[in-house]
Design a protein around this ligand. Sequence first.
Ligand code: KIV
Length: 276
Amino acid sequence: MKNQRRPIAVLTAYDYPFAQILDGAGTDIILVGDSLANAVLGLKSTTEVGIEEMVHHAKAVNRAVKKAMVVGDLPFSSYQIEGADVLKDARRLIEAGCDAVKVEWFKNCLDVVKVLRSAGLAVMGHIGLTPQTADELGGFKVQGRTAETAKRLYDQALALQQAECFSIVLECVPGTLARIITEKLTIPTIGIGAGAFCDGQVLVLHDMLGLLEGKPPKFVRKFADYRRDVGKTIEDYLTAVRCHEFPGDAESYGMQEKELEMFIKTVNQTGEFSDC
Ligand code: KIV
């Protein structure tokens, strides 16, 4: 797709129904992101999500997907803490049906990619604003705005390509830098807050659907306001229940008159439900 200049459309998904919708609509890559933490589980940081949750949700997504490539995010605890067994965790995501795993840049990132590639696993890299190590980057801020930090990101991108990543996510970097990196690399770049010149784009599904509370980051376009729409739909249901308007005849099951009469006779004879 990169060679043909066909933009790669990527979205996150964490469950069966949304994965089915995304796949049916023709999404190229579905990412089971560790944004699961904030988007779905109500956690503050992606570092709070572990491999058990990632595998659980990856299985749900993969049960639905027939066509798209599915990438599973390796969580922070799979490779950035002492005693982690990244290969074991990556294999669990692959056994859950994922085609590839994604790793965020950190100081030993290239060693991790090497281990995964030696085992034959397809790896997507992730540089720029890497939420798992955002504290070390000065928070959730645009990365690579100075000549020095831009060069660092450029070098990281080249190193990940050299380490045989099949693609790299560029998060929250100036569009001009993303363009230079994209033109330099032979593997595709997938941008999120990285301007229009990446080979593909990714958004967190719940951000672009407008499902989450609060103001999203600048780079998010809300393609819908489902928080408002779903909220309104729930209110309609509550009103219908409370006004005895739901369920109506069309949503209820009937019984043949003859059977009903026989039944009432029986319970009356046995003295039960004698009010009937
Ligand atoms: O976890 C995630 O959803 C991600 C994307 C934002 C790229 O890593």
